[in-house]
Design a protein around this ligand. Structure first.
Ligand code: ATP
Length: 304
């Protein structure tokens, strides 16, 4: 089995005139499971995918797919992608559209189409005209298109864009099921909860730069969020912010939010009672990727 990382980039950079869309990106995507490229609009996700797919020429830096820097054509045969939604023919059925692209791309066999339609939940509608499909069904057909020939690496750019909440939930479940030991899904998203739900590992981009990388669990390890209400919130925030194991304590809407390991909640209460401040309410739990993201992107902004 191939043990090379499926994607490796070194100092990958794309400049459009004055705009530095991707700035010296070095990342490694191991084989298998679902890998997320997370960042706000304009942070360089689409440009990064475009470079990896040979659609955008890098300004500098390099990358390899499946350990190979040189044989791009051979590497791309092992890749499926939806970066721009393929243009399907409205009056052909879903199945006919897939068969058409199968012929053009020379990928897979006609027998594979039944399995593919089944896999994306279109088994019942495969013989209906594409123009009768809902947006969610169109996007699922797009996924079937990307899966033609059973690629080892699948690029999905903002796969739930424009979908309603039910469609998004179905699509996420489908994407999770596609990331297996042997198949890597590399998806971009600006939706933190999506990445948290779907991805095993993540790279966070801000203004074209990598600002964090790791598994979602690793990134959030030791980061708890303790919420409390007290007899004197302002004083409580000051007392807690001074503790060296408290990363941050701030007041919002009558509640003190403390970023600290959740297992230290009892010490929070002890520190407050020493200062003669008493708790009226306290809950603690794991921080969300959202808080983490907001914090690191604002640090990044402040550092510039
Ligand atoms: P979104 O989620 O909005 O698509 P993104 O993270 O995918 O954002 P990119 O589309 O890669 O970001 O864009 C990164 C930056 O590069 C943006 O400032 C964008 O305006 C710029 N950019 C992208 N493509 C081009 C282009 N062809 N010509 C000029 N500037 C471009």
């Amino acid at each position: 089995m191939d043990t090379n990382p499926v994607i490796q980039t070194e100092g990958l950079t794309k400049r459009y005139g004055k705009i530095l869309a991707v700035d010296g990106l070095s990342l490694t995507v191991p084989r298998g499971h679902v890998f997320g490229l997370l960042g706000p609009n304009g942070s360089g996700k689409t440009t990064t995918m475009g470079m990896l797919l040979g659609l955008v020429r890098p300004t500098s830096g390099s990358f390899s797919l499946f350990g190979s820097r040189s044989d791009r054509q051979a590497s791309l045969r092992r890749v499926g992608a939806i970066v721009e939604t393929p243009t399907f023919y409205p009056y052909l059925t879903g199945r006919q559209n897939l068969a058409y692209f199968q012929g053009i791309l020379g990928r897979g066999t006609a027998r594979e189409l039944d399995d593919l339609l089944e896999q994306v939940g279109l088994a019942d509608r495969g013989n209906d005209g594409f123009h009768t499909y809902s947006l969610g069904m169109k996007q699922r057909l797009g996924l079937a298109y990307a899966l033609l020939g059973d690629p080892e690496l699948l690029f999905l750019d903002e796969p739930t864009n424009g979908m309603d909440p039910a469609g998004m939930a179905e699509m996420r479940e489908l994407i999770r099921s596609l990331g297996t030991e042997d198949r890597t899904v590399f998806l971009s998203s600006h939706l933190l909860n999506e990445v948290e739900q779907v991805c095993d590992s993540v790279v966070i981009l801000s203004k074209g730069k990598l600002i964090a990388q790791g598994s979602v669990a690793e990134l959030l390890k030791g980061r708890g969020r303790i919420r409390l209400r007290t007899t004197d919130n302002a004083q409580a925030a000051t007392v807690l912010a001074a503790l060296d194991w408290v990363e941050d304590a701030k007041i919002d809407n009558g509640t003190v939010f403390v970023t600290a390991p959740p297992e230290r909640a009892a010490e929070v209460s002890a520190a407050l009672s020493r200062a003669e401040i008493y708790l009226t309410e306290m809950t603690s739990g794991q921080d969300s990727l959202e808080n983490y993201f907001l914090e690191i992107t604002s640090e990044e902004g402040a550092a510039q």
